[in-house]
Write a protein that binds this ligand. Structure first.
Ligand code: NDP
Ligand code: 2IT
Length: 460
């Protein structure tokens, strides 16, 4: 027995060494891409128990292959602003992995976009999409274009130029982009219009998150935020907790954030704070969501404008200050690395019980450690925010069948998918010796399906 245990620990150690080696190569081959390194590190470390149990993944060099995108497209995006000046942005599409379906993942328009950001997002997307149970591979794209302060004409001309090039590489059975930060239904509309013009045909399934009138799915707008709350609800129920009567803080005030707040409120929570990249608002009466929707979705104003309508609320500059607000449940729904170690420690000392990651990689590796060490329920992004891409896949299905489902039908499918992702992640965590650790569970559950498909399809 003792010998067996010793053998087991020696084996795990050699798997750990192998994983470290592959990770060192990733860092060397992709220098100065800290976000990409972070995403890979988290996944690789989670996979040690599965690699120790299933040597075929090592024999078939799955890690070495899965970190290498099948294709990276980087292109020039020239456009003309309202004053007649020529501007040049950089466009990206990372077609990461097509083992289980066409590349699928959003487009991000934000000045911080670079290869590291798109690669981290694309890498995460492989496992997230696998977790949904739907036939979609992983991809991501975007541009360092900043839509803030641009006129509709400028946004349209930018989108047209971006799509003129991107259209060569995408299609309903090849690669299906959607929205992400800075890309909502307006941008998707301009992108779709240009794709249609360039290709000379109405291929509805080439983009998701479209307007409802031309092939968009009902409930896609709500899907990521609602899905995050559905997932967290499952996790809370396992500890006899619920949203009902809880105090909730939700960072951001964009697409994911707004619909996470809406669903949390519907389930009886009091949401007391939200933010944008400038600062955060605290409203002890509970955030008025109609005001946030008007400011952010219609007027495209800063969140600070909220206090004009609600003078009892307090606006504070510096968005990260939102994590000083005491809460039972925190839903980071803005951007990567918005919760660092110090913020995690603050949340814990203020009594947080659960974290649900609506954004992609919003917690640093150190922050995740703090949550897990302190027994805080932790719903990792690739599981918790998979509702958006799930409904995107449902949009693709509706487009293929040339029909459209009612809101309730899509919402109930979304709810079932999120429950299923929770159960599968929980089960994988248990099976591989890390009960309750959904980071490990989600990474393993997402990985196994893709890795098995890669083995079955040979060395390609
Ligand atoms: P939006 O553009 O609609 O909203 C983004 C929100 O986050 C805004 O409030 C924005 O503030 C804030 N934000 C953006 N960048 C930063 C930053 N660098 N620092 C602080 N705040 C920032 O995007 P989404 O709601 O679609 O996306 C939010 C997150 O959710 C992202 O991580 C995205 O990858 C992830 N996600 C999105 C999905 C979707 O379906 N849309 C699906 C799954 C994940 P400001 O207005 O000031 O820029
Ligand atoms: O990060 C994500 O999952 C998204 N931005 C949504 C992707 C999609 O294809 O709907």
């Amino acid at each position: 027995m003792i010998t067996l245990e010793k053998d087991q620990s020696t084996h795990t150690e050699s798997v750990q060494n192998y994983v470290n080696q592959v990770f060192e190569t990733v860092k060397k081959r992709n220098p100065n891409e800290s976000e990409f390194h972070q995403a890979v590190k988290e996944v690789f470390e989670s996979l040690i128990p599965v690699l120790a149990k299933k040597p075929e993944y090592i024999q078939h060099a799955i890690l070495e292959r899965i970190v290498e995108p099948e294709r990276i497209i980087s292109f020039r995006v020239p456009w003309v602003d309202d004053q007649g000046n020529v501007k040049v942005n950089r466009g990206f599409r990372v077609q990461y992995n097509s083992a289980i379906g066409p590349y699928k993942g959003g487009l991000r328009f934000h000045p911080s976009v670079n290869a590291s950001i798109i690669k981290f997002l694309g890498f995460e997307q492989i496992f997230k999409n696998s977790l949904t149970g739907q036939p979609i591979g992983g991809g991501k794209g975007g541009s360092d274009f900043d839509p803030k302060g641009k006129s509709d004409g400028e946004i349209m001309r930018f989108c047209q130029s971006f799509m003129t090039e991107l259209s060569k590489y995408i299609g309903p059975d090849t690669d299906v982009p959607a929205g992400d930060i800075g890309v909502g239904s307006k941008e998707i509309g301009f992108l779709f219009g240009q794709y249609k013009k360039v290709r000379g045909g109405f291929e509805a399934g080439v983009l998701t998150g479209k307007g409802i009138g031309y092939g968009g799915s009902l409930a896609r707008k709500e899907a990521t935020g609602y899905g995050t709350v559905y997932f967290v609800e499952e996790m809370l129920q396992d500890r006899n907790l619920s949203f009902e009567g809880s105090t909730v803080v939700v960072s951001g005030s964009g697409n994911v954030s707004i619909y996470a707040m809406e669903k949390a409120m519907q389930l009886g929570a009091k949401v007391v704070a939200c933010s944008d990249s400038n600062g955060y608002i605290y409203d002890g009466n509970g955030i008025n969501l109609e005001t946030v929707k008007r400011i952010k979705e219609v007027e495209k104003q800063r969140i600070s404008a909220y206090v004009t309508d609600h003078p009892q609320a307090i606006y504070t500059e510096n968005c990260n200050g939102i994590w000083t607000v005491p809460c039972d449940i925190a839903l980071p729904c803005a951007t990567q690395n918005e919760i660092d170690q110090a913020s995690a420690e603050l949340l814990v000392s203020n009594g947080v019980k659960a974290i649900g990651e609506g954004a992609n990689m919003p917690s640093t590796l150190e922050a995740i450690e703090i949550f897990l060490e302190n027994n805080v329920l932790f719903a990792p992004a690739k599981a918790a925010n998979a509702g958006g891409v799930s409904v995107s896949a449902l949009e693709m299905a509706q487009n293929s069948a040339r029909l459209s489902w009612a809101f309730e039908e899509v919402d109930s499918k979304l709810h079932a998918i999120m429950k299923n992702i929770y159960q599968n992640s929980k089960k994988a965590a248990q099976e591989y010796g890390a009960p309750g650790n959904l980071v490990i569970g989600a990474n393993i559950a997402g990985f196994v399906k893709v890795a098995d498909a890669m083995i079955e399809q040979g060395v390609i």
